[in-house]
Design a protein around this ligand. Sequence first.
Ligand code: EPZ
Length: 424
Amino acid sequence: MDKLLITGGARLDGEVRISGAKNAALPLLAGALLGETPVTLTNVPQLRDITTMLQILGNMGVTVEIGDQCQVLVNANTLKTAVAPYELVKTMRASIFVLGPLLARFGEASVSLPGGCAIGSRPVDQHLKALTALGAEIQVENGYVHAKRNGRLKGARFVFDMVTVGGTENLLMAATLAEGTTVIENAAREPEIVNLADMLTGMGARIEGAGTDTITVQGVESLKGGTFRVISDRIETGSYLAAAAVTRGRVKTLNTDPMLLDAVLQKFREGGAEITTGPDWIELDMKGQRPKAVNFRTAPHPAFPTDMQAQFMTVNVLAEGVGTIIETIFENRYMHVPELNRLGAKIAVDGHTAIVTGVDTLQAAPVMATDLRASMSLVIAALAAQGDTLVDRIYHIDRGYERVEEKLQGLGATIRRVSGKESA
Ligand code: EPZ
């Protein structure tokens, strides 16, 4: 099992190119199933989760061609069997995104129920309720969701019980081919939803209100393919900016979009960082100063994203003062806390609240990644720890961060990947 060996102490300084967003590419790949002609996506990140989604599509007989320059072509006309098996779905719960498109286009689908994961039970009840509202017949047995429709899906008004990104995406995709009008209330507003709606509109769908909490869809008979760009990864962007803040350095992130992470940039500024932005870049400069602790609370977009909670906690770990963090989206998203405390952090967790008392330095120690964003928070902390930190189970990080050690080396970090057998 690979590990990352990081020697802390270097102040990061330089530029890093941000990849396409994992959480946009995954629904876009699923949405490509709706196209009667091939869909080409550009700016697709090369990540383990993307590979898994391509395997799920390929396993169904869908033609997938990976071009150079991060391009992927999907041709769903060769689909043989609308089944997403457990052995693939269990490694990536976003596989559930294929359910809506398969049902809408091909009339039926069997998708393994995604398991929970480290950060929470993560049920899909809202996805199933939403598709049922469009007239789908859904049975859950032997760990699989079996969905089918008799005739076309029928548009309906549906109110989500809570804001769900995946649930909004599944319903939006299915509604594009339903008969009549679908109104999605209490919809998620994440930029990845807008990216998906833009692609579907480019394929011939009729959608209004993406990016707001009410999305209206006029169903059409069919959708065609086309070429569409995956938006930049706002969480990868925020993660590298957090690495700059923690090391009191300066990092300019390229191929990104400052409009995608206002709430995070505001918190960096509150912590004393100098943030400058351009149309496709963001620079954070600490001017060698120690960040100041800030309080933040995660919530659906446009509020502070839960996917940045672990990384920004690490900024508070090394900041001046005490910062309070409240995680409102997932019930178990503090798995990084005991590992950060092993490095010398002072974090006390009480339910959904974490109180972080800033320390001036951390001491290296072997730590273990537990989930995707937690693993990045440990890497960021290790960059500021004295000595050599070994981060284990970094297959988690490879799910969502493309070439992470290469990008950090480019910013002046001393980091290398060691195989499980090699000692540190
Ligand atoms: C997406 O997950 C992201 N993943 C997550 O990113 C992100 O943390 C999350 O949205 C919230 O922003 C992808 O887009 C692939 P939700 P998703 O449905 O859609 C509850 C990362 O690190 N819920 O918005 O699964 C759920 O338990 C990952 O990149 C139900 O109860 O999240 C959670 O408490 C982690 N029933 C809340 O809603 C449902 O049917 C929000 O979940 C669906 C969700």
